[in-house]
Design a protein around this ligand. Structure first.
Ligand SMILES: [Zn+2]
Length: 446
């Protein structure tokens, strides 16, 4: 429950300033590739269309030939636009002189290549013509950086689907914890994709709710590029997180039919329990045997840890097991209880609703979504009250030390150590691949 006295004022969450630097970096790249050339061309050609959304750029000679979508754009008259709400492809083509008959033929030929109804609001298109008075030569529609469609409209009517090659480069992200992730995301609207992957890699060894200012992380991960523009991050191969004088490593490794993160000794990390049942949350109330209850206004032990998060946030099972209760009570609201093994049971309270298929007897894997954050039952705001039983007794899971799982089998361990050392050399950049920028939040190629 949100218990004001227990919320630390300067809460340190998972704040990855460097991630923002990475986001900023990709914005700069985008800016360089797209915004600037547009400005450049407009400054050369100032013919404007009657529609303020579109700029007609005449076939003026330019210094640098601009090649886009495989066309030398400067040899065409072009009209750029964005699909407007309710705009239909046929109407657009008709406005630029394509006959109803030809539109019909084109749409028939679009079968299996392009769905005409997928002409989506807000996506860019480009019209090209050698002479706009004599109709269009091509229309290019670009639903994403990954692909575009070329509608050939002059001699033969056909549609071409072009998928841009995706290049993957292994990069390093590093940073020092300085403020809260929530704050950072709110302020900057940063994409959490890489943060989520880092959390996935380290979630068994780091409690992301107790990060300290000055904590340091470094990760070796795949970044995907389309024409030099960063798109989605791929796999995190290795990561280290330094806190309180300790270093926690996660090494991604695949063998036979198993894959996942391992520690430096080759012990699988996912055999333990996740440190928290909600991502991007904060602890609003700790396990506390003499807690003053904010609703009941009296001292009542708090046998759980409260994770505050927005309504509808996914709640994850901290380990594999079986649902033994998925039910409602006036105090708990909607709650799920999972039995993980002979000793350990966990419970998740105040859910808005259960995830699909969650009922008594459902088998659960670690990290599976079991419900969504709410405030049903005795709760003042949206949160999960997370409870942990060890041998029938409620305990503070944040204080538990579980016995480490067995490492990889002996015959596999040698291979693992060799692979681990290769990754660590790249992660720590002790190889001979040259120097590396050490600026905070730097993204570098090893
Ligand atoms: Zn609670």
């Amino acid at each position: 429950m949100p218990d004001p006295e227990q919320i630390q004022k300067n809460y340190i969450g998972l704040p990855l300033r460097s991630i923002l630097a990475i986001a900023g970096f990709s914005l700069v790249v985008l800016g360089a590739l797209f915004v600037f050339p547009e400005f450049f061309r407009h400054s050369q050609a100032s013919v404007r269309g009657s529609n303020p959304e579109e700029n007609i750029i005449g076939a003026f000679p330019v210094v640098v030939p601009t090649v886009k979508y495989g066309f030398a754009l400067d040899t065409f008259q072009t009209v750029e636009g964005e699909v407007q709400r309710g705009q239909i492809l046929g109407q657009l083509l008709s406005r630029y002189g394509l006959s109803a008959e030809n539109i019909e033929i084109l749409f028939q030929r679009s079968n299996g290549v392009f769905r005409v109804q997928d002409f989506q609001t807000g996506k860019p298109y480009l019209l090209m013509s050698k002479n706009l008075d004599k109709g269009l030569d091509h229309l290019v529609y670009e639903p994403s950086l990954y692909e575009y469609f070329v509608f050939h409209l002059k001699d033969s009517l056909w549609i071409e689907h072009v998928e841009r090659p995706v290049e993957t480069r292994t990069q390093i992200a590093e940073g020092t914890i300085e403020s809260s992730l929530w704050q950072a995301m709110e302020d900057n609207g940063a994409s959490p994709a890489l943060i989520a992957k880092l959390e996935d890699a380290l979630q068994w060894s780091i409690d992301f709710h107790h990060l300290q200012q000055g904590d340091y992380f470094r990760a070796l991960y795949d970044q995907q590029f389309v024409e030099e523009t960063e798109v989605d991050p791929g796999k995190v191969h290795a990561a280290v997180y330094r806190t309180g004088g300790k270093e926690h490593y996660a090494i991604y490794y695949e063998h036979s039919d198993e894959k996942g993160y391992y520690d430096l000794q080759g012990r699988p990390m996912n055999k333990g329990f996740l440190k928290a049942p909600v991502r991007f949350s904060r602890i609003s109330s700790h396990f506390n045997l003499s807690r003053f209850h904010p609703i009941l206004k009296r001292v009542r032990p708090h046998f759980g840890t409260d994770y505050a998060a927005p309504y509808g946030t996914e709640i994850l099972a901290v380990g594999q097991g079986e649902v033994i209760e998925a039910s409602y009570s006036s105090g708990n609201g909607n709650y799920v209880k999972i039995r993980h093994n002979k000793q350990i049971t966990t419970q998740y309270l105040h859910m808005q609703r259960f995830a699909k298929g969650i009922r008594r007897g459902t088998k659960i894997r670690q990290g599976q979504v079991i419900g969504y954050v709410g405030s049903t039952g005795l709760a003042t705001g949206p949160h999960v009250c997370f409870r942990f039983w060890m041998n029938g007794k409620q305990v503070n899971h944040l204080r538990m030390n579980f016995p480490p799982p067995d490492p990889l089998p002996k015959e596999e361990l040698g291979k693992f150590f060799q692979y681990r050392d290769e990754l660590l050399a790249k992660l720590n950049n002790t190889g001979d691949k040259g120097t590396q920028t050490e600026a905070k939040g730097a993204v570098t190629s090893p």
